[in-house]
Structure formats: C-alpha cells, structure tokens
Design a protein around this ligand. Sequence first.
Ligand SMILES: [Fe+2]
Length: 367
Amino acid sequence: MKIELIDNKVLFNNGFSSQEIHPFWLRERVSNDKYFDANTQQRKFDPTFLKTDVEIKSAKINSDFLEINFNDGVNFRLEINKIIQEFSKDDLLIQSIKKSKWNSSFGNIDKFNYSDDIFESKKMYDLLINFYKFGFVIFKDVPTKNNFITNFANSIGSIRRTNFGEFFNVKSVPNPNDLAYTSLPLAPHTDNPYRNPVPCIQLLHCITNEVSGGFSTLVDGYTVTEDLKNKFKEYYDILTKVKVKFKFIDKDVILEGWSELIKLDENKEFKQVKFSPRLDFVPILEKKELDLYYKARNKLSEMYNSDKYKLEFKLMPGDLLMMDNYRLLHGRTEFDTNEGSRFLQGAYIDFDSTEGKLRHLKRKFNF
Ligand SMILES: [Fe+2]
C-alpha cells in the first residue's frame, strides 16, 4: 500500500489498483497548529463551513510526508502512514477479533487473577480480546467489600446506571419486582431487552455463595444462531424478521422495546440476541405466519435450554463474571435458601467502555 502523485492528484495504491483521494478528504485532515488541536486531536475548524470544491495547487512526497498546497492558501504536511492506516481499516479493532463458537464442550473455564493494577496492564488487553472472542471472561479474587463492582466497572469504562440502580443485589427478597430476586431457577435469558439501548455488558460479582445449588449458566447465542441458520433456515428467517414487544412494568416505570429475537447487522451478520420469554409479546400476524413463528421460537428455546449448549459452573466469593449481554444468555440453577446465603452484585457497562479500553491499551503497549 502506498501513496502516489500524478498531475497534482493524490492516489492511494493498495497493491492491485489505484484510486484518487478526494482533495477535500485531505483538506479536512489539515493538522497545522492553526487548524488542529494536537492535545485533543480535534479540529479547530468546522469543515462543513468550507467549500468542498477545493483543489490541490501542488503536492509532493517528502520522505514519510505528503506536502500539499491547496488553492485556498492552506499548506500542510501529513504523515503518509496515517493516510494508509485509514485505508487499511486497522482501526476496526473489534471487528477484527473473530468470534469463537462454543458449546457445553467448552472445556476448562479459566478464572483470571485480579490485581489492583490489572486495568492498565497487558493482561487486561489479553482478557478483553478473550472477552470479544468468547463473549465472557471470569476474574477471581476481586475485592468483595464496599460494592467494589462499581469501582471495577468504572475502571474499565463507565457504569451504566438503570432504574435498578447503579448496581443491583441479586439475592432472594420478599415481594421481588423481578424473578432474579428469588431462589427459583432462571432459564437462559438476556437482560433488559425492554431498554433502549439494551445494556451491552453485564458484570456479576459473587460476594457469598454458601448453597450447594445456584450454579451459573451461560449459553452462546452466536453459536445457537449459526446452528439454527444451518439447520432450520425457515425458523432463522422468521426470527430475524418479526419484531416482538418486550415489556417491564413496576410502580415507577413502564419500559417497552420492539425487537427481533435475533438481530442482524447491515451485512446480515449476527449482531444481537434477545430472549426473555416471560416479558415478550408477539404481534398479531396472519395465523399461518404465527404458526411458523411459534414453532421457530420453541425450537430456539429448545436449543437455548439444551444441555448441548449450556455451560454450568459455580461462582465463588470474589469471582466476577463479565458477559456480553448482546451475545450470551445467562441463567442459574435453583438453590435452597435454608442452606445459607447466595449473594451476587450486578452492574452494567456498555461496549464503548470495553472498546475504548482496548484501543487505549493497544496504543499504550504499541500492539
Ligand atoms: Fe439476568
């Protein structure tokens, strides 16, 4: 990949073909002191106020720099590497991490040691890569005092507060507003499908666990989606098409959100699953279409609940599970409150937290 000049035109050559770079694209990147704040890396000018028909009066390549005089009197030098970087899409860091499909044969579930300096370490970079590969990562020996989960969340990025509070306590209580706060088993589900936007990542921190049951469960919604697509295409098609209403009601708020159970991105690739069959309302459709929809939803539920896909493990005091709420479903097995206490704290962060931290660590360690 290189930059070439022909008759005051700047061309980007990717090794196979050349394309002209629009002069205004270059003009927007003027980074002289007068036009650009090096500290914040933000423009001091608003390019939408400029005429876009700017022309290049002269251009030359001087070792690693491209030097341009524009016809509006502005001259500048730009590092050629920086231009190439934008074309190479190297900054699509997250998209470049390939998701690994997994099921119940996942094998050993590693728990990674927490230390106070972990958030700025190379280890954190590796763990975040792991998180994007598998959709979860488990830390151990995370301090359990003083709602430490909020420190943890805010050390990766910023906590995402909801009407459940900055964080929430998962233990059985009388008159709960959600089944999470009982000792009943919880089938695999995603959290808060009724919010807009849905919280991206859930942190679940085990404070005490004295019961013999109460195992945590995880299912990879990505693996199930891919299997559904391969084996039951008709079901996959309708579940990626029909939007259902998710609803949460308590005395202070009514939250509603419409969404497909399997959400695809603009390239028709996996983006997100939502599954919470106690909270969803299917719209009225033609009977024939609903026939297919209900069959499809049952098949999906059968797969999510099948032992083939489910990981089951015990969170011990100090363990902190960080999971992608757009990709994984989580749940727990029943437990007996007479055996002792089971107390977990939960909180949410969004993808900008993990993505921002990952890019920062990549820059810091020059990876
Ligand atoms: Fe949950």
